[in-house]
Design a protein around this ligand. Structure first.
Ligand SMILES: Nc1nc2c(ncn2[C@@H]2O[C@H](COP(=O)(O)OP(=O)(O)OP(=O)(O)O)[C@@H](O)[C@H]2O)c(=O)[nH]1
Ligand SMILES: [Mg+2]
Length: 347
């Protein structure tokens, strides 16, 4: 199955939320009797019904595809825009982005009668425009080892993402090494070792409770000695309000830079889509501590909050390197703006 099919299938909750919202806005205008009277074609046309005149005489004679039932339409007015804006806020695009998107859709179209499909196309177009500049795969540099630091709050999907990325880079012929910088949780090291085995890459570990910065230093030394292309450093999940953990992260970065002043070459912030608008705060906080160079959004499967990705792109413009739509090794792929936008609006 192509990743886009998977994305479309798994984004169902987000897309049905937005898609159904758009259908409702057009199909069932809240109050206006004028628009209700305006939609006589909304009744479904059964295949047995006589072909509409637009099917033409040839169509009727040869029984070719019957004309598609006309979709209901609704004239774009202030009330409709307000409903659209509310729906987008509900779908986690955030107030600012919802406002901007709605204004762009309105521009030059007031009074025009739109079907739900046309509205979805317009919305997908706006979302694609916002997302295209941030849809950038993890950049690869000639630097050896290229150091990729993975950060994020507890349970965001850091370790899983490292496993998936390591497997993909390995498949692309890169030599990859992983450092298990989460020295807090006993299970964390094991989890990473399992991913390392699946991906076929070595995992450097240290004793539980030891200093993750010194593990990072040792891992740099080994990756240099062995000529690894990529060193991915996992870190413990840290909540934004735990000052000590946040300082520890800053220390990891300082120590890495002793080995290579240009490292880490990428600092990936992993965000869990199910956290919705809180993802925006996480970006703010982590950016102050670590030089976040890009985002990975996990758990887009099974959440109705995928719209937060649009808010993030609009607000921060940080590259979105990949998205996760499941727990398996191949459930991570590069972010494609158009695919995402269409899946999100239910097209
Ligand atoms: N459905 C789904 N689950 C995911 C995805 N990515 C990660 N998970 C699951 O989320 C849970 C947490 O993932 P981890 O990779 O352990 O998260 P973490 O950020 O390393 O967690 P800590 O190390 O505890 O901070 C696991 O059960 C993963 O299988 C995804 O894209 N979709
Ligand atoms: Mg982890």
């Amino acid at each position: 199955m192509s990743f886009f099919s998977k994305l479309r299938e798994r984004l169902t909750r987000s897309s049905s939320k937005i898609g159904e919202g758009l259908d409702d806005i057009v199909d069932a205008p809240a109050s206006s009797p004028e628009t209700l009277a305006d939609t006589p074609l909304s009744a479904p046309v059964s295949p047995a019904a006589p072909a509409t005149p637009s099917a033409g005489i040839v169509g009727r004679l040869f029984g070719t595809a019957p004309a598609r039932p006309e979709e209901p339409r609704r004239a774009l007015d202030d009330a409709m825009l307000e409903e659209l804006e509310d729906m987008l806020v509900q779908a986690d695009l955030g107030v600012d982005t919802a406002l901007r998107v709605t204004a762009n859709i309105a521009e030059g179209r007031m009074g025009r009668r739109l079907s739900a499909t046309e509205l979805k196309e317009l919305l997908a177009g706006e979302i694609t425009r916002i997302m295209t500049p941030v849809a950038r795969p993890l950049p690869l540099y000639p630097k050896k080892p290229q150091v990729v630091l993975i950060v994020g709050v507890n349970g965001a999907g850091k370790t899983t993402t490292i496993g998936k990325l390591a497997s993909q880079f390995r498949a692309a012929g890169k030599s990859v090494m992983i450092a298990a910088g989460d020295t807090f949780r006993a299970a964390a090291v094991e989890q990473l070792q399992v991913w390392g085995q699946r991906a076929g890459v070595p995992v450097m570990v240290a004793a539980q409770g030891s200093d993750p910065a010194s593990l990072a230093f040792d891992a740099m030394t080994r990756a240099e000695a062995e000529g690894a292309d990529l060193l991915m450093i996992d870190t413990a999940g840290r909540l934004q309000n735990r000052q000590d953990l946040m300082e520890e992260l800053a220390k990891i970065v300082r120590v890495i830079r002793k080995k290579d002043p240009s490292a880490p070459h990428n600092t990936l912030l992993v965000l869990d889509a199910t956290t919705g608008q809180n993802a925006l705060n996480q970006v703010e906080t982590f950016r102050q501590l670590a030089d976040v160079s890009g985002l990975v959004m996990t758990k887009l499967d099974g959440t109705a909050r995928g719209g937060v990705l649009v808010a993030l792109a609009d607000r921060f413009g940080l590259p979105i390197h990949a998205i996760g739509v499941g727990e398996q090794i191949d459930d991570l792929d590069a972010f494609d703006a158009n695919d995402f936008a269409r899946a999100l609006v239910g097209l």
